[in-house]
Design a protein around this ligand. Structure first.
Ligand code: EPZ
Length: 438
């Protein structure tokens, strides 16, 4: 498929679509299979390129991966785990940050791990210092080599008392994937407790792990000697569900998102209601629509769960350009996740970025020189433009802007969107969008 979409906007998106398993759980559940002594079955796996990247990475390490006849079901057999070449990992990983999560499982299985320099969406510096500090606390030795990092565990991996400087999703997963087979007890404080992390804990518990999630972001893990396979159905992708909800709002549309669930989306639903969007929830999904009239501006601060997640911020900002008055957006998870607004400006949006913490709650970027707050003035009609996708969620928000705008937009770099949005062009068809590929 060509990497460009030509979108004719200005019409409401109306129709039904389905979201499947969460990208940010599926990739980690696949990595967890490396720890198993038997086959694993993962269900509700979406067809997104990130799943292909992780499959490729695991296959390089000897994991056999097959799709079964059941749609969305993956069979992972880690019986013959082996070491891979760094150059091959690098070539496969591309922009993914998943390789760093292979470290703990590979140290347990093979006694050593190699990882290349990591990618991921360019929404901030995205270092891996928390990951490496955690691994060292378990007893890993980390050596920097020109081709990447080599990790060994000369005296084995031992449970530790770990406190994260920030409730990082990836570093919490690193602790879980390492501690489950480490000797002794691990106590992790300031942990991330996103629904995708809780679902990963469910996967690990099915495999034989002993993990308790306590109050105040504390997670305790008692290491065990062996872990078996699992059968698991991934939780639905709440980021994708929220993204389509924002598309419905920005285009004055009406979209039923089958698979969307209330509980993991509560922070989103509150904001959606405050801004003037309407929704109803049933057992199968959530219907999101624009109820007519004027949308209301608001103050939005992103946060780790149970706050409003950063991944919803970019799609929502497009809808905020259609609200009446001044909205404030304070991005508190990534220092550089507002750069995408520049192209929205070319489409007619009025968005000003600030280095200060606007919104009321100070954050770790407040004294640094990062433009991490925005003031969005609305409502501003959007007009078609030629734009290039900067990152996964920013890319989806450009798509929303193009669909909401009067006239034609050429959106370049569409491939990035396939990293996290399954069959999105089929979904655009189902919602009556007008577009051409190329
Ligand atoms: C995960 O990234 C998700 N990615 C991201 O989704 C998501 O935005 C993020 O969690 C927050 O919810 C995957 O699950 C594959 P973090 P992760 O560690 O784990 C800093 C999407 O669009 N940090 O919670 O990499 C970091 O720079 C993607 O689906 C360090 O300083 O995020 C950031 O400011 C994008 N050192 C903050 O912590 C470290 O070693 C939170 O990052 C690690 C993180």
């Amino acid at each position: 498929m060509a990497d460009i979409l030509t979108v004719t906007g200005g019409s409401p998106l109306v129709g039904d679509l389905e979201v499947r398993g969460a990208k940010n759980l599926v990739s980690k559940a696949m990595v967890a299979a490396l720890l198993a002594e038997g086959p694993c079955v993962l269900r509700n796996v979406p067809e997104i390129s990130d799943v292909k990247v992780v499959s490729g990475l695991l296959e390089l390490h000897g994991v056999k991966i097959d799709s079964t006849d059941n749609d969305g079901e993956l069979l992972l057999d880690p019986t013959n785990v082996e070491q891979a070449h760094v150059a091959d990992i690098d070539a496969h990983a591309g922009s993914s940050r998943v390789p760093v999560l292979l470290c703990g499982p590979l140290l347990h299985r093979l006694g050593e791990a190699f990882i290349p320099d990591l990618g991921g969406c360019r929404i901030g510096e995205r270092p891996i210092n928390y990951h490496l500090d955690v691994l060292r606390q378990f007893g890993a030795d980390v050596q920097k080599r020109p081709e990447g990092l080599r990790l060994t565990a000369p005296h084995g991996l031992h449970g530790a008392k770990v406190r994260l400087p920030f409730p990082s999703v990836g570093a919490t997963e690193q602790v879980l994937l390492t501690a489950v087979r480490a000797q002794g007890v691990t106590e992790l404080s300031n942990a991330a407790v996103e629904p995708e992390i809780i679902d990963l804990i469910c996967v690990l518990q099915k495999m034989g792990a002993i993990i308790s999630v306590e109050t105040d972001r504390v997670i305790k893990i008692e290491g065990v000697d062996r872990l078996g396979g699992y059968e698991h159905t991934a939780i639905p992708d709440r980021i994708e569900a929220g993204s389509w909800a924002c598309a419905a709002l920005a285009t004055r549309g009406d979209v039923y998102v089958r698979g969307a669930q209330q509980q993991p989306m509560m922070p989103f639903l509150n904001v959606f209601r405050k801004v003037g969007g309407a929704f109803t929830i049933d057992d199968e999904g959530i219907r999101f629509w624009h109820p007519g009239g004027q949308l209301r501006s608001l103050v939005l601060e992103t946060d780790v769960h149970p706050g409003f997640m950063t991944d919803w911020q970019q799609p929502l900002v497009v809808a905020l350009t259609q609200t009446s008055g001044l909205s404030i957006v304070h991005e508190r998870v990534y220092e550089n996740r507002l750069g995408f607004t520049e192209a929205l400006g070319e489409m007619g949006a009025v968005i000003q970025l600030y280095r200060e913490c606007l919104g009321g709650s100070p954050c770790r970027f407040g004294r640094a020189n990062f433009r991490h707050s925005a003031v969005v003035s609305g409502p501003t009609p959007l007009r078609g433009a030629e734009i290039t996708v900067p990152d996964l969620r920013g890319g989806f928000s450009y798509l929303i802007a193009a669909l909401a705008a009067e006239g034609t937009s050429k959106v370049h770099g569409i491939d990035l969107i396939y990293r996290g949005y399954e069959r999105f062009s089929d979904k655009l068809d189902a919602l009556g969008a007008t577009y051409d590929v190329g």
